[in-house]
Design a protein around this ligand. Structure first.
Ligand code: DAH
Length: 367
């Protein structure tokens, strides 16, 4: 007579070892099918001596129930795994209609930056790159900015490493540059004169953030170095540039100013493109009653737009091949964010950096 306990152990281990539904079905046939030893034993129970029938029948039925339950639960588990695998393999349904790809738009800052670059490319300038993390030497020393200048103070400038509070300066200290003027030295070191380059990029200042201030913003630097360049070339270049940017008929004026790395230094103003210099509110603004003067220039008639000047001979003298006796140059720096605000007439600088799509999408397709 077959040993029921042994049959049950064998069946259990085969059912448990089955790794697929198909293997499980084979094990079920072998151990619970019509010709399985346990099933035959139960079918032929009558052939046993009468005193054994009850005990063997009972044990055989208990074993069969246990094995059937085990087979059922293994089936559920294996079927679930196989379904998962199938779903994963079928993840791409090529018959589904394609999802449409929304077309992106250029960020208003990118648009403005490209416009500025285009204007200068048209005047024969190259666009160059320069690092945002700079040494104090590039940031200040080489730009003729003396030790003790407020811009060198860590309350104005983000120091990344090496700030020397006692000496007040450390040429090797690392800063986040506060102005794109750092690109002047970088460009001079890479190229020989004549040099006509612009460099747009990010700058960083420790500043409280409000509608017109940010601790990160964008500038574009222009630098021209050649034989015989004068303030007249600077003024002509600024005028052509601002005319292209804001309108051909607008006046441009230069006011004297001070920057450490230019001599003389100026600030350039462009006549307000909105009120054309009168300072009056637009007809629409006047009609609304909410404005009694021009909103763009605040009634000044002029918009202060950039710092500029003739490159200081001390800066030229820093780089070999730029003999200040032979070469002269001019430079200027303009805030790209501010130009974007002026062009599009939005009131808060922070809108540029919040990436609210409702704001950004308004500039889709603009030049
Ligand atoms: N770097 C100056 C600033 O951040 C702007 C500036 C002034 C740039 C005069 C120049 C320049 O190139 O010549 O305010």
């Amino acid at each position: 007579m077959p040993d029921i306990e042994q049959l049950t152990r064998d069946a259990r281990s085969d059912l448990e070892a089955a790794a697929t539904v198909a293997e499980l079905e084979a094990a079920k046939v072998a151990h619970l099918g019509r010709s399985a030893p346990l099933v035959l034993l139960l079918r032929d129970i009558r052939e046993l001596p009468p005193e054994d029938r009850g005990r063997v029948g009972k044990a055989g039925n208990v074993a069969r129930k246990e094995l059937e339950a085990l087979a059922a639960s293994r089936h559920d588990a294996l079927a679930a795994v196989e379904l998962d695998d199938r779903l994963r393999a079928d993840a791409i349904d090529v018959t589904l209609p394609a999802r449409s790809m929304p077309r992106g738009t250029l960020h208003p800052l990118t648009q403005t930056r490209r416009l500025l670059e285009d204007i200068f490319l048209g005047m024969g300038y190259d666009v160059v790159d320069a690092p945002e993390v700079e040494s104090e030497w590039y940031g200040f020393t080489a730009l003729n900015t003396p030790v003790g200048h407020p811009a060198r103070n860590p309350s104005d400038t983000f120091y990344v490493a090496g700030h020397d509070a006692d000496a007040g300066a450390n040429d090797d200290a690392l800063i986040l540059r506060t102005q794109t003027s750092t690109a002047q030295l970088r460009a001079m070191q890479l190229r020989k004169p004549p040099l006509y380059v612009v460099h747009p990029g990010r700058v960083y200042r420790r500043d409280d953030i409000d509608a017109t201030h940010s601790d990160m913003f964008h500038q574009m630097e222009a630098l021209a170095i050649d034989e015989g360049l004068t303030l007249a070339h600077l003024k002509g270049t600024i005028e052509s540039f601002l005319h292209r940017l804001f309108g051909e008929e607008l006046d441009v004026r230069l006011r004297t100013h001070f920057f450490p790395f230019t001599e003389p230094s100026v600030e350039a103003d462009v006549q307000c493109f909105s009120c054309r210099g009168t300072g009056d509110p637009s007809a629409e603004d006047a009609a609304s009653g909410a404005f009694d003067r021009c909103r763009v220039c605040r009634g000044e008639g002029w918009i202060e737009i950039m710092g500029a000047g003739m490159v200081d001979p001390n800066v030229l003298g820093v780089v070999d091949g730029y003999d200040p006796e032979r070469y002269s140059g001019f430079a200027f720096g303009i805030g790209i964010d501010r130009v974007a605000m002026l062009r599009h007439g939005f009131p808060d600088l922070r809108m540029l950096f919040q990436n609210d799509l409702r704001f950004v999408r308004q500039f889709a397709g603009r030049p």
